[in-house]
Design a protein around this ligand. Sequence first.
Ligand code: ASP
Ligand code: MG
Length: 409
Amino acid sequence: MGIIVQKFGGTSVGTVDRIQNVANRVIEEKNRGNDVVVVVSAMGKTTDQLVGMAKEITPSPDKREMDMLLTTGEQVTISLLAMALNSKGHPSVSFTGWQAGIKTEPVHGNARILDIDTGAIKSELDRGKIVIVAGFQGMTEDGSITTLGRGGSDTTAVALAAALKADKCDIYTDVTGVFTSDPRYIKNARKLYSVSYDEMLELANLGAGVLHPRAVEFAKNYGLPLEVRSSLEKEAGTLIEEEVKMEQNLVVRGVAFEDDITRVTILGLPNSLTGLSTIFSALAKNHINVDIIIQSMTEAQTTNLSFSIKNEDLTETVKVLEKHREQLNYDRIEWESGLAKVSIVGSGMISNPGVAAEMFEVLSANEIQVKMVSTSEIKVSAVIENSKMIDAVDALHNSFKLSVSAVKA
Ligand code: ASP
Ligand code: MG
């Protein structure tokens, strides 16, 4: 007998019927003899609706009040699920993030978990109860309610599993696992039986969308096995763990993509020791996430610097750069929106040369212009036009033999 943490996402708890279904899945796990801790998201699109209401009042709602508002979503689900379990004869108790002992840094909207005091959860488990915890929320040292960033319930689940030394963390969702690409857009995408933490980190960061990247980071740090699986179907999902067998010797295991990217270029930036640090610390202070960075030495005195951000951060980025204009002394800023990033990911790349070459051949054969490139040991990303994104993913997915039809039984 061990401890299992189960997490159910918004769609899985989207209606009262679905909550009853979740209760049954929880009971099955409990009946296997395990202690069960359940983490849930807000029902369906609740969080989006709450954000919408706030935006009807003001375009830039107070961050503290926003957290106060958004954390109500998860509280609806925990109480309903506890009622469902209790009425099915399985004693359970619901906890908010703070009742569950989740302490975060004092950042509204995107706080990191600092520590979890598992005392309350453990004593309820010892009484034989099923413990249900609201995802996505915590509390600061001085008692302010915080949220962990959109999609943060995954992180709650993994962090709790690590703190409780759980045997496993199952992430139940509306897909049956992690796919070679997003099956909503790529018809031939197929489910992977396993991926490594590093591959999943790249896939999560690159917009595969199934898991919150910080959840994967946490799981990797604690060597905690994760499984992504369906809340409606019983089939096995995708296991995320350290060592993964090469499936059909695939060098590339997935093609991820993400749109709404803007490339910002600073032209004529004087070469100095502090230019880059000034720019990127100013952006970081304003919580602007910068992705690909390219610096080119054009002339002896000045350099051009390009970096990519999300479209939604453009106004703020320009504001920050303009604020530092005198200090940085650059010529001008340009930007191009409507871009997308397409990435191939696979640990097999480390020992197989020619993967990037094949990617660029495929893109050029499809007349797709590459605007920025970045690589890691297990990933190659190319920034291209939004309008070519799906074509590019499709072509890469086929070329790297990821399609259903490409797999020999
Ligand atoms: N309800 C939150 C969101 O929609 C957290 C989560 O579902 O993980 O982002
Ligand atoms: Mg999610």
